[in-house]
Design a protein around this ligand. Structure first.
Ligand SMILES: Cc1cc2nc3c(=O)[nH]c(=O)nc-3n(C[C@H](O)[C@H](O)[C@H](O)COP(=O)(O)O)c2cc1C
Length: 204
């Protein structure tokens, strides 16, 4: 069985292009993997709390030595991290908010980026531990960051790419929808381009 984790993060609800296209991408993956089990976590509709002092100290304390408060603070993190660990494929829908990712997605990253579980260190440096997964990112942005000057302001996709690589998730495909706020016709054409990329998944 193929396990798919679908993460949504746009604050724009049903108007979100990234969430809409991520749903379509999951539908495509279901065609390719009829046995797929899909778990959806909508980080905007059901936001995670910010991490706390007990969380921070708990992550650096070996499990058997954690206080009851530290254990409690890590419960939710264990759950969302478990969802990521179990997934064979992760589909991430991300809006660009103030040149970066939505705060709700950053909160999720804070919960899953756990030393000794998501990554560790060896003599060579950091080592990701969540290997063997495929990541699809659908990134929507109001402006275009395709040219190098505008591209310097893109702290969304480069960050997503790096943070998942840091966890060992190096097999990534990015589908970018931009600019979504330059008029309806342009947005429609960009959506069709993204749809063509989604339709091509699994056909190579
Ligand atoms: C609060 C807020 C901040 C935004 N900041 C930016 C930004 O910095 N750069 C940009 O290109 N678009 C920005 N946008 C536009 C969104 O990136 C755009 O609407 C995109 O389509 C959002 O993804 P979605 O369609 O999946 O919701 C912002 C939108 C909102 C609501």
């Amino acid at each position: 069985m193929t396990r798919i984790l679908l993460l949504k993060s746009s604050p724009r609800g049903s108007a979100s292009y990234s969430s809409m296209l991520a749903d379509e991408l999951v539908a495509r993956l279901r065609e390719l993997h009829p046995d797929a089990q899909v778990h959806v976590r909508d980080l905007a509709a059901d936001p995670l709390p910010h991490v706390t002092a007990e969380f921070a100290s708990g992550t650096l304390t070996p499990e058997e030595q954690r206080s009851p408060e530290q254990r409690q603070a890590l419960e939710l993190s264990d759950r969302v991290l478990g969802e990521l660990q179990q997934a064979d494929i992760v589909v991430l829908a991300a809006a660009m908010i103030n040149f970066a990712i939505p705060a709700t997605l950053k909160n999720w990253i804070d919960h899953v980026m756990r030393v000794w579980v998501a990554f560790t260190y060896n003599e060579q440096g950091p080592l990701g531990l969540l290997n063997g997964k495929k990541l699809y990112v659908v990134a929507a942005r109001g402006s275009s960051y395709a040219d190098p000057v505008q591209g310097e302001w893109d702290f969304q996709l480069p960050y997503i790419e790096k943070i998942f690589q840091f966890m060992g998730i190096v097999d990534q495909q990015h589908i970018v929808v931009q600019p979504t706020l330059a008029g309806e016709d342009i947005a429609k054409a960009e959506i069709e381009k993204a749809r063509a990329q989604i339709a091509a998944i699994g056909s190579m």
